[in-house]
Design a protein around this ligand. Structure first.
Ligand code: HEC
Ligand code: HEC
Length: 215
């Protein structure tokens, strides 16, 4: 696992270095276009069109532009402020990006057609059914609000603030819920942390499985 992690970090630097070098050393060089960045830097993990097939890497295709741009800004640490969203991988990815790049990348991925996560054939139907009830109706007893209230009945979200979640890989969604729960992801103005404070592990797994089936 450690070796794989190191390889990813190495690959990360190898991919970012040429971009950084271009902007630092060669004033005449034209800035990289959004397609060049997407296919040269991001494609290795998210695919050129944003349809990641790796369950831990989010699908970006079809996500709202504003939400993507916000996340890229949040991953970036500035001289005066630490990053608002913590991810060693993504922080090094955004280090060389300008605000314009981030805005353009948001628009680029929003325009791509989403290719939803393929649900494993052994997906647990009972778990998905439980997730469906929670997603649409919440849980009155524990005060869990319906996810649909903010992320929409079809999971398409409400721009600019509420991201689309439909068809996202269950592994990625579950990881984010766990990060909100542990307060390790804190760029949500406490909205998601508040939701998660009322949910248990099985409910998180159930709703993540259901979300991956939403189209
Ligand atoms: C080495 C793999 C890797 C590369 C290359 C990479 N990413 Fe990521 N990206 C990830 C991972 C892993 C996450 C999830 C981080 C987390 O756990 O919060 C992520 C998360 C994101 C998110 C947040 C999505 C969401 O739904 O909240 C955006 C946006 C994003 N990446 C865009 C990009 C862009 C744009 C590039 C190229 C400049 C890029 N990524 C390059 C691995 C990568
Ligand atoms: C009151 C509104 C609200 C409710 C209810 C809500 N969410 Fe969210 N959710 C948000 C907001 C806002 C964000 C974006 C935070 C940010 O800007 O990074 C978010 C982000 C997320 C993300 C991260 C998406 C990504 O691509 O990284 C997931 C997953 C998520 N919510 C799942 C859920 C689930 C599951 C439920 C129901 C149990 C739920 N949400 C209920 C408002 C809400």
């Amino acid at each position: 696992m450690k070796i794989i992690k190191n390889m990813v970090i190495l690959a990360t630097f190898a991919m970012v270095a040429p971009l950084a070098a271009e902007t630092d050393d060669n004033v005449d060089a034209a800035p990289a276009t959004v397609t060049e960045i997407a296919s040269g830097v991001c494609a290795g993990c998210h695919n050129a069109d944003g349809n990641s097939v790796i369950p831990m890497n989010p699908i970006l295709a079809g996500q709202h532009a504003e939400y993507i741009t916000k996340q890229l800004l949040d991953f970036k640490a500035t001289e005066s402020e630490p990053a608002k969203r913590n991810s060693p991988v993504m922080s090094s990815m955004v280090a060389a990006l300008s605000q314009d790049d981030m805005k353009n990348l948001g628009e680029y991925y929003a325009k791509q057609k989403a290719n939803p996560s393929q649900v494993a054939t052994d997906a647990d139907e009972k778990l998905i059914a439980k997730g469906k009830i929670l997603y649409h109706g919440g849980n009155l007893e524990d005060g869990i609000p319906a996810c649909a209230g903010c992320h929409g009945p079809k999971g398409s979200g409400i721009p600019p603030h509420y991201p689309a979640v439909a068809g996202q890989h269950a592994e990625y969604t579950l990881t984010q819920l766990q990060l909100f729960d542990k307060k390790e992801r804190t760029n949500d103005k406490a909205v998601m942390r508040n939701v998660l404070s009322r949910m248990n592990g099985q409910e998180m797994r159930a709703v993540s499985a259901y979300i991956s089936t939403l189209r």
